[in-house]
Design a binder for this molecule. Structure first.
Ligand code: ADP
Ligand code: ADP
Ligand code: ZN
Length: 216
C-alpha cells in the first residue's frame, strides 16, 4: 500500500502518520523530517534546505526531488510507504508519478486533512518537537509527561524555528498558492479523500482509518 497524507502545516499530518505506520506497518517518508535530519548531520543538502525552511519558504523542487529519489531508489527501499508532506507542488507530483511508474506502482490514496487557518495558528504556536526522535507534542493538547522532555526517548523538546508566527503565516500563504492545486490533481485521479482535522486526535484517526480500510 502506498499512501499520501496532505494538508496545511499544522493540520496533524505527522501526528496521524505516527499511528498509521504503527497500525499498518508502513514506513513514513517525511521530506520535512529528512531535511531536518540532514541539517542535523550538517550535510550540504540539509544546510541548503534550511535556508528556505527557516523563512517558511518551500525548498526548491530540485533539492526536494533529489532527496526523495535517493530515498525511494535506495537499496532495500520499502515497497509500502506513507508520504508525509511530499509532494507539495505540481512539479513534485509529476516527478513522483514518474518515480512510481519506474517502480511499476501507484498511489492508493491521497488523504487530505482539512483545517481552518485560525485553528492552525494555535496548533503551530504550541507545537514542540523532540530533538532526538522527532516525536511531536503540543503544550496544551498533547503535553509531555515531564516538562520539555520527550515521553518516548527522554530527548529535549524544542520549538521549531519555522513555527514562529512570521514563518507560519508565510507557510500558510504558500500552501494556498502552491500545494492546494494538488487537491484537484488527485481528485481527477479519484484517489482524494478528505477528513476533518478539527476534532480530537482519535476522532481524526477514525476517519483516516476508514479511508485506509476502504482502499486497502
Ligand atoms: P509541516 O508538517 O509543519 O507542514 P514539514 O515538517 O512537513 O512541516 O516541513 C517543514 C518545512 O520543510 C516546510 O515548511 C518546507 O520549507 C520544507 N519542506 C518539507 N517538505 C517539502 C516539500 N515536499 N517541498 C518543499 N519544501 C518542503
Ligand atoms: P503537521 O505534521 O500537519 O504539520 P502535526 O502533526 O505536527 O501537524 O500537528 C501540529 C500540532 O498540533 C502538534 O503540536 C500536534 O500535537 C497538535 N495536534 C495534532 N492533531 C491535533 C488534534 N486533533 N487536536 C489538537 N492538537 C493536535
Ligand atoms: Zn524523543
Amino acid at each position: 500500500m502506498k499512501l499520501l497524507i496532505m494538508g496545511p502545516p499544522g493540520a496533524g499530518k505527522g501526528t496521524q502518520s505516527e499511528k498509521i505506520i504503527e497500525d499498518y506497518n508502513l514506513i513514513s517518508i517525511s521530506t520535512g523530517d529528512m531535511f531536518r535530519e540532514s541539517y542535523r548531520k550538517q550535510e550540504s543538502l540539509g544546510l541548503l534546505a534550511m535556508e528556505f525552511i527557516r523563512d517558511g519558504l518551500l525548498v526548491s523542487d530540485e533539492i526536494t526531488n533529489e532527496i526523495i529519489r535517493r530515498r525511494l531508489f535506495a537499496k532495500n527501499a520499502e515497497k509500502d510507504f506513507l508520504l508525509d508532506g511530499y509532494p507539495r507542488t505540481l512539479n513534485q507530483a509529476y516527478d513522483l508519478d514518474n518515480i512510481l511508474e519506474i517502480m511499476d506502482s501507484k498511489l492508493d490514496a491521497a488523504i487530505k486533512i482539512l483545517l481552518d487557518d485560525e485553528v492552525i495558528i494555535g496548533r503551530m504556536s504550541g507545537r514542540r518537537v523532540c530533538s532526538i526522535c522527532g516525536a511531536t507534542f503540543h503544550i496544551q493538547h498533547k503535553p509531555s509527561k515531564k516538562d520539555k522532555i520527550c515521553d518516548q526517548c527522554g530527548g529535549v523538546l524544542y520549538q521549531r524555528e519555522d513555527d514562529k508566527e512570521e514563518s507560519v503565516l508565510n507557510r500558510l500563504s504558500i500552501y494556498h498558492e502552491k500545494t492546494k492545486p494538488l487537491v484537484a490533481y488527485y481528485k481527477e485521479r479519484n484517489i482524494l479523500f478528505e477528513v476533518n482535522g478539527n476534532q480530537a486526535f482519535d476522532d481524526v484517526y477514525q476517519e483516516v482509518k476508514a479511508v485506509i480500510e476502504a482502499v486497502r
